[in-house]
Design a protein around this ligand. Structure first.
Ligand SMILES: [Zn+2]
Length: 129
């Protein structure tokens, strides 16, 4: 259903160009030895995932945005809507953000590369030729 959208590539660890090959080597973000290991190129369409040195520095901004969105949503939900205590929120939020680090690292990188790479269906390419 989502195939062909950037959300598909971001959520399901797929190549932003073809949505066929995997972006990160491991399927899960919680394999702490290799959660950050990426394929150098797409196994399906040969898209270069290491576009230039320092390309993924920009991914810090996207993962920072995810942290800010999580903190603001938690604050509004817990403190403003439910009338909860800020210290209880912090006691929950700090460990939660630490646990979310590998997940947000990977999602941040996939969002970043999806800003620069457009999806190109390989089926359309075959029908033209
Ligand atoms: Zn690909």
């Amino acid at each position: 259903m989502l195939k062909g959208t950037k959300l598909y590539s971001i959520l399901f660890n797929k190549c932003p160009r073809c949505h066929g090959g995997d972006f990160f080597v491991t399927k899960t973000a919680y394999d702490f030895k290799s959660f950050d290991k990426m394929h150098k190129r797409c196994s399906h369409c040969d898209e270069d995932f290491e576009r230039e040195p320092g390309f993924y520095f920009g991914a810090m901004y996207t993962s920072y945005g995810l942290y800010v969105a999580t903190i603001v949503t938690s604050f509004v939900g817990f403190v403003v809507l439910l009338g909860g205590d800020e210290l209880r929120l912090l006691a929950f939020l700090i460990p939660a953000l630490i646990l979310l680090m590998p997940l947000y690292f990977r999602i941040g990188r996939r969002i970043w590369i999806n800003i620069f790479v457009k999806y190109k269906s390989t089926k359309v390419k075959e029908s033209i030729n």
